[in-house]
Design a protein around this ligand. Structure first.
Ligand code: PEP
Length: 256
């Protein structure tokens, strides 16, 4: 299996942006622009925008995701939302292990693994983020770090469960900074991730796995990144907040 037979997925990560009215406006703009996409289109929105986003995307090809979920089903976890709660609402994707969660909210590889397992057991598709900081890259430990993050995040999953996993390679130094990894840098690490998954689950699983690049992807650089054999889509932050920019990226993935 190669890129042409893998699922291309473009997911927008709105982060903590857009109130309900802004969500409706953005989705209304986006709908016609991506209606003929030849890839999966996902918007990962704040919890408070999930309901309106699900309503506004009904009957369209846009799927709705959350940006985190807790690993327990219920209980004394003030401020948290479980994977089952997301599933019940109609959510189909969840971003897990984003570097902002790791940096600001104490997320560790071990808690990412717990969240991944909870999400998959609830029937969600998990977009699992891995990636090195600038310091890691300068210290020459990018591959070791990404291998470790991947191995721990996917620990205990079955081959069958891997069908609902997407990995997003997001170099932390490229997120929201306007600095993009070069296509060669991105591909090198995406290949390392695919090899790691192959070691863990076999070639059939790794060849079918969708691996996204994320980190300042925009209409100018998306074509080159998405044309690469091991990059099957993108996780898009800033550029997902503007319908025309996001749609250009969706177009590039559709043609990639
Ligand atoms: C992200 O938030 O996952 C991301 C890649 O952000 P940006 O595109 O703004 O760098």
């Amino acid at each position: 299996m190669n890129k042409s037979t893998r699922h291309a997925v473009i997911a927008g990560n709105w982060k903590m942006n857009n109130d309900r009215a802004a969500s409706k406006t953005l989705i209304d703009e986006l709908k016609p622009l991506v209606a003929n996409a030849n890839c999966d289109v996902v918007i990962c929105v704040p919890f408070t925008d999930l309901e309106i986003s699900l309503n506004e995307t009904k009957g369209t090809n846009i799927k709705v995701g959350a940006q985190n979920c807790h690993y327990e089903k219920s209980g004394a976890f003030t401020g948290e939302v479980s994977a089952d709660m997301l599933k019940e609402l109609g959510v189909s994707y969840v971003v897990l292990g984003h570097s902002e969660r790791r940096q600001y909210f104490g997320e560790t590889d071990a808690t990412v693994n717990l969240r991944v397992k909870a999400a998959i057991e609830a029937g969600l598709n998990a977009i699992v983020c891995v990636g090195e900081t600038l310091k890691d890259r300068e210290n020459g430990i990018t591959s070791e770090l990404v291998i470790m993050q991947t191995k721990i995040a996917l620990k205990d999953l079955t081959k069958q469960q891997m069908k609902n996993i997407i990995i997003a390679y997001e170099p932390v130094w490229a997120i929201g900074t306007g600095k993009t990894a070069t296509a060669d840098q991105a591909v090198e690490v995406c290949k390392i991730i695919r090899n790691t998954v192959s070691e863990m689950f076999g070639d059939d699983v790794s060849n079918a796995l969708t691996i996204q690049y994320g980190g300042s992807m925009n209409p100018k650089n998306c074509e080159e990144l998405l044309s690469k054999e091991d990059i099957d889509g993108g996780l898009i932050g800033g550029a997902s907040l503007k319908a025309s920019d996001f749609a250009e990226i969706v177009d590039a993935a559709s043609n990639g």
